[in-house]
Design a protein around this ligand. Sequence first.
Ligand code: ADP
Length: 690
Amino acid sequence: MRRGSAERELAERWELETEAKAKAAAEQVGVDAGAAGEPERKAGEEQPKAPAPEQPRAAEEGDAGVSPRPPPALPQDRPKPALARGPGQHGKPRSKGRSCKRSCGRLPDECGALRPVTVDSSKAKTSLDALKISIRQLKWKEFPFGRRLPCDIYWHGVSFHDNNIFSGQVNKFPGMTEMVRKITLSRAVRIMQSLFPQEYNFYPRSWILPDEFQLFVAQVQMVKEGDPSWKPTFIVKPDGGCQGDGIYLIKDPTDARLAGTLQSRPAVVQEYMCKPLLIDKLKFDIRLYVLLKSLDPLEIYIAKDGLSRFCTEPYQEPSAQNLHHVFMHLTNYSLNIHSGNFIHSDSTSTGSKRTFSSILCRLSSKGVDIKKVWSDIISLVIKTVIALTPELKVFYQSDIPTGRPGPTCFQILGFDILLMKNLKPVLLEVNANPSMRIEHEQELSPGVFENVPSVVDEEVKVAVIRDTLRLMDPLRKKRDSQCQHLALARREEPADGEQTGAPDSNTNPEAHLPSICLKQVFPKYAKQFNYLRLVDRMANLFIRFLGIKGTMKLGPTGFRTFIRNCKLSGSSLSMAAVDILYIDITRRWNSMALDQRDSGMCLQAFVEAFFFLAQRKFKLLPLHEQVASLIDLCEYHLSLLDEKRLASSRGGPHPQGGPPGADSPQPAGGNPPPRTCGANRLGHPRHALS
Ligand code: ADP
């Protein structure tokens, strides 16, 4: 019930814009049912999704042809085609308006004009072209070879690690690449599924191989016995793989290739979603760009447009005859580009790669409720990020401990989503390094290759990078207040025949840019989703007891201190039992870990121990309420402890108050204190479960 109304609300608030955009696009492209499918066969080149760090920059992605570009399909909200880099647009000096002269006696550029934002692009790798265009559009300053002085923003093509950054902002979070690997993502979502099965049913049922092979076989067998008509297909995906590498479909669990590679390269096996929405009889997926602007407090933005990548062989439900047809079942661009049926197009609404808005526009013209589609997608994105943030926080405090100099982080993520026939979105995977290439290599004649721009990639990706930079602009506030001052000054003293107060390039340096394509979804919709953030609160407890800065695993002493400070031990849970719990769970998790260098209890092991303690203490409640009650209890005792410490450090009396029995080891009857307590020590408000 909550889900339905929350998503409706999301839809109503945001999708109006999308719909307007889709309608405008429809008018532009003249949507009709057959418009997308005219074959224009051209073969292209393979594109690594997450490019290897030291690869030379070679064109890899895109589906553009070589002919001159048409105007963009969605012009009302977009910049001029970015590769048409006319100097007039970007290099123009500001006009020296009289208004500023009058208000401060100087020319506008001298009138407290802010320095340009500086961007270090020396490690941008394959995103360099799109980044350069974005910086030029913003009139910022690029340092392509780095800079001895600190820059405002560091743009990394691959991962976070760079020990020489002590300030500014970097476009990667520590640990993100590890977090979105297939196994880690599946584990993170599974924890959420155990707490909130309905809310997290957008992720296919998954098992980790080889560890959970027996469980996989047994569970499938059990479901089949209950429902003999169930004829599932499964997809096996190697961990850390990309571009469809090593992926295969099976009908019978025992067909998973356990020998050889699985031992050295674990995999995720997933229920294959066999009823995707088809367009022109083809399966397609959606790549959406999501900006994680901040981890704490959580801030999430979604790009209004993304890409749709098409298969190149008409879809049929999986059967023994077609299981191995990759062009029918896998939507990866890097695979399908090798198909003779791949269609490069200069239009954003036709061919084997299109804008998502062109798909929405087409669906809208057929009467589909695209508001609902968008709201379901927003909900999927927020819930997925909520599943990822707890462990990301652990990585973050380990790489950039509080109090030490370091950059702040943001990151663009690529969400791969499948729309089902019933229009329900399903999460396929999250990419920490989504390709930002805006050109691709095309074979003009046998053996002769040329880099050609890709209209669709450029249209979507340049907007995403440019607007991410705009949102991260460290001078934004100053710039905005300066604009307001200038606008006010002009309004107060209008010159003859001059428009007053209207934003122009004198008062608004972004006047030449379209509105920001990234829309905030969190905290905007925090109220509807905060109740899901239980593991996040567990991570806060975990981090508090980690002890030494820079670690990611909890030692036995830390765990004992957690139990003591939260007053969880007593006659029914001795400290000896606590030690056994720690050893049992930690040992099991460490035997499954890919990286076994560190000993100690990882976050997932802590979560398992926490679930165990919660189930023991609050027997009759559903799991999420048991867990929420235990978190409340822990936070309550820790806040009391903090208050006591604060009072004794000030030499004053111990604070009184709190719920009756607050000083006793546990509230009477084992019930948690009321959930209405204020923010906890970690600055996180308590979220009531409704
Ligand atoms: P990779 O990182 O190698 O691209 P993905 O998880 O994205 O791996 O899977 C590759 C492709 O396989 C997807 O783009 C999608 O077309 C298809 N696919 C993946 N998982 C499923 C699934 N559970 N059901 C249906 N199709 C899937």
